[in-house]
Design a protein around this ligand. Structure first.
Ligand code: GDP
Ligand code: MG
Length: 485
């Protein structure tokens, strides 16, 4: 199978009549992404073969190509592609738009082109086709000299890129993907209608069936603007996770993340230990410094300074660990002293603490000292740097870097196919330009995201928390099953 082409991109097709250009494009791109001189001849002339309409058709084609590229949108130019001046102009326009430029050469055998041409309603005259075939042979070298980012030669019938991944193995013993990653569903919006409990249960059961390793909830008192409106419901996560713990699933359950400023750490330790016991050892705790002043003030909670909240985060993890450890003895730690640690029930097993946030000076240092894992928003530009900073802190505090797992929060747009992906981008993007929104959300099919997650695994990520902007219910969760294979 061929390697995936860059996307978004400028894609210029090159090949004789009947070589399969339009078919190749139709199998891989949305109709709106393909700009075809034949189709435009049909729009401004009597039909795709109306050569008298060529000048008008090409004028339109250039306008459309420029407009799409200017918006950073994938543009597939479906013409013969044999004229070097036109190709160079498109290449320059693609460069100016900052898009990778791809030339796709349909090097279908001459006899096959002739046969397909002859079978058409209006075949190209034989001498014209012969001239095209001669040109095609020269073009292969020209493309190399022109400086395209990718030159892809398609030599024969090629299966279209798969939109659904191969079937899963019959048993997935440890809920890791074939790339070794755990995928956890983060549920952050709750369009639960008349029956919140039924909706939550259905979503959790769907996540379990779809092979997710766990289910995470945000911990906010008011729905955050990044997700929804302030009057949208957002349930208290520990109560809600307790509800989900009673279901027969193997999902791990926890928060991403609980602000240290909301509850005294001892109470969070109690919540989490109780959840762990009720779920048979499936709990995890995400903790962070908290950031949203509004929800604190609105609920009568103090909103301490950045520094104090980070202090709370650090002492909070220490407190939780003290209360989960064996025995009831006094605890005298680095930032925390407790006269006794009489806290029952104790968690079933080691209860993972995931420190949320990428603050380099303090948050990552706290994660290095006290976390089982760290969680950052995945940004390809900064990720490796954050990891290096974390590793540096680990060395300084004498912790083995491999003891702090890397987890990322991913907020993707996922669609069934290219058309569905784009429909979702249009629905969700608000006033953000479509290309920018698609880039930010890595908009793509399940197969696209699976490939991206394999990349993340290769960069050392152990767990991806996936949160969908448009999660409506269990069907949307089941549609993600391919991500967990
Ligand atoms: P274009 O002139 O280069 O745009 O070629 P088309 O995509 O219109 O294809 C010409 C003819 O070849 C059509 O009848 C297609 O159905 C057929 N065709 C295109 N690609 C393939 C292929 O990969 N395999 C087979 N068997 N037929 C193809
Ligand atoms: Mg065609």
């Amino acid at each position: 199978m061929s390697e995936r082409l860059p996307d978004p991109a400028l894609v210029v097709l090159v090949g004789a009549s009947g070589s399969g250009k339009s078919t190749w494009a139709r199998d891989r791109y949305r109709a709106e992404e393909v700009v075809s001189s034949d189709a435009l001849r049909g729009v401004v002339g009597s039909g795709p073969h109306d050569l008298d309409a060529s000048a008008d058709a090409f004028a339109l084609l250039e306008t459309i190509v420029a407009a799409r590229l200017g918006r950073g949108l994938t543009t597939v130019v479906d013409t013969l592609g044999l004229e070097p001046e036109r190709r160079r102009a498109w290449l320059a326009a693609g460069r100016a738009a900052g898009l990778p430029a791809v030339a796709v050469l349909l090097a279908t055998p001459d006899g096959e082109c002739r046969r397909r041409n002859a079978a058409r309603d209006r075949p190209v005259p034989a001498p014209v086709l012969a001239a095209q075939l001669t040109r095609v042979r020269a073009v292969a070298d020209e493309l190399v000299d022109e400086g395209w980012d990718v030159v892809r030669e398609v030599t024969g019938p090629e299966p279209p890129a798969p939109t659904t991944p191969a079937a899963a193995p019959a048993t997935a013993p440890d809920r890791r993907t074939s790339a070794g990653l755990e995928v956890v569903l983060q549920v952050s919006r709750f369009p639960w209608g008349e029956d919140p409990s039924a909706w939550l249960r259905a979503v959790a059961l769907a996540a379990d069936r779809a092979g997710f390793a766990g289910l995470a909830l945000m911990d906010h008192l008011v729905q955050i603007p990044q997700v929804g409106r302030a009057w949208d419901p957002i349930p208290e996560p520990w109560v809600t996770l307790g509800h989900l713990a009673a279901l027969d699933t193997s999902l791990t359950l926890g928060t991403l993340v609980t602000p240290a400023s909301f509850r005294p750490a001892g109470i969070v330790a109690k919540h989490a230990a109780t959840l762990d016991v009720l779920s048979g050892g499936r709990a995890f705790v995400g903790v962070g410094a908290g950031w949203w002043e509004r929800e604190h003030l609105g609920f009568g909670l103090p909103f301490p300074s950045d520094r104090e909240r980070l202090d709370l985060l650090e002492s909070g993890i220490e407190t939780m660990r003290a209360l989960w450890g064996p025995g009831t003895r006094a605890y005298d730690g680095r930032r925390v002293s407790l006269p006794e640690t009489t806290a029952y029930p104790r968690p079933v097993g080691p209860l993972p603490v995931i420190v949320g946030g990428g603050g380099e000076r303090r948050t990552l240092r706290i994660a290095a000292r006290l976390g089982d894992a760290v969680n950052v928003r995945f940004d390809p530009a900064t990720f490796d740097h954050k990891v290096a900073v974390l590793r540096g802190h680990c060395r300084e505090v004498g912790r083995d870097p491999s003891d702090v797992a890397l987890t990322v929060l991913d907020l993707p747009v996922v669609g069934r196919d290219r058309d569905d992906v784009w429909a979702r981008v249009e629905r969700l993007r608000g006033r953000t330009a479509a290309a920018a929104y698609a880039r930010r959300t890595h908009a793509g099919t399940v197969a696209d995201h699976r490939e991206r997650y394999a990349d993340l695994a290769a960069r050392g990520v152990s767990t991806v928390f996936v949160s969908l902007h448009d999660l409506a219910g269990p069907d949307d969760v089941e549609a993600l099953a391919g991500l967990t294979r």
